[in-house]
Design a protein. Structure first.
Length: 261
């Protein structure tokens, strides 16, 4: 867990030394998977034998070798992050902070809250009036998959609104709300207590939840994102952040692979 002034995390060394040209030495698939934390080398060998591993879209076989900087490995459809230069951070964005890499008006951005040598970019948006979890990464492929509408990764929010919703209002939010840019997709909506909603959506339209609630006559007074796919962390205070663990990166990649397209 980090605050903006915390020291930078220790950067792991690559699992294979570079050759004289500066390229990673090719290594057997099971060694690369084990180095990425997928499982032990013996278990990875069994996974290869079972046909569960793809290398650049092709089923891997025992004896195949990969270059961690070039080749794409998948386990049961989920991309395995091997490139140690890739970094993904989970931030609890405070109210008033902008979800962009730069801001021409001089406002604080999410990038400024994270102490990182790498150039990280926010994944998706969370408007300035909203708060909660947002990812920052330098993994362009992961960003594309998490933000493209066809993947539909779930995002969960706690939403405070004016008034108490009636059953018909909740049904409208669940089944689809007519907005100026079209009807929203189905959503999971429950009223935890009067005026407090839990909403799960898989779209990413601009200020979507605020517009949905406004459309049924209950403007939002507070909006907190509490989950992105399988990722959640109630211990992060506003402005705090941490690097994702390898297992969490695999979980979010698996969620992308499993999402309906």
């Amino acid at each position: 867990m980090n605050r903006p002034e915390d020291s930078e995390p220790v950067v792991e060394q690559p699992s294979s030394a570079p050759d004289e040209d500066g390229h990673s030495v090719r290594q057997r698939v099971q060694k690369a998977l084990a180095a990425a934390g997928v499982a032990s080398r013996r278990v990875c060998e069994d996974m290869i034998a079972d046909g569960r591993i793809l290398v650049n879209g092709q089923v891997a076989t025992l004896g195949d070798k990969v270059d961690p900087e070039i080749d794409e490995l998948r386990v049961d459809g989920a991309v395995v992050s091997i490139d140690r230069s890739r970094r993904t951070v989970l931030l609890n964005k405070p109210v008033g902070v902008i979800s962009t890499a730069d801001d021409t008006h001089g406002r604080t951005t999410v990038v400024e809250l994270v102490a990182a040598e790498e150039r990280l970019y926010p994944v998706g948006r969370l408007d300035a009036d909203s708060e909660g979890l947002i990812l920052l990464t330098n993994d362009g492929g992961l960003t594309q998959r998490l933000t493209h509408p066809s993947y539909g990764v779930e995002k969960e929010y706690l939403v405070s609104v004016e008034g108490t919703l009636r059953p018909g209002d909740l049904r409208t939010l669940r089944e689809g709300v007519e907005l100026d840019d079209g009807v929203t997709s189905t959503a999971k909506v429950s009223q935890i207590s009067p005026g407090l909603l839990r909403i799960v959506i898989h779209e990413g339209r601009n200020r979507q939840i605020r517009r949905m609630c406004e459309a049924v006559g209950h403007p939002v007074t507070r909006l907190v994102r509490t989950r992105i796919g399988p990722l959640t962390d109630s211990s992060l205070q506003p402005g705090e952040w941490r690097d994702l663990e390898r297992a969490e990166v695999r979980e979010i990649e698996a969620a992308v692979a499993a999402a309906p397209q």
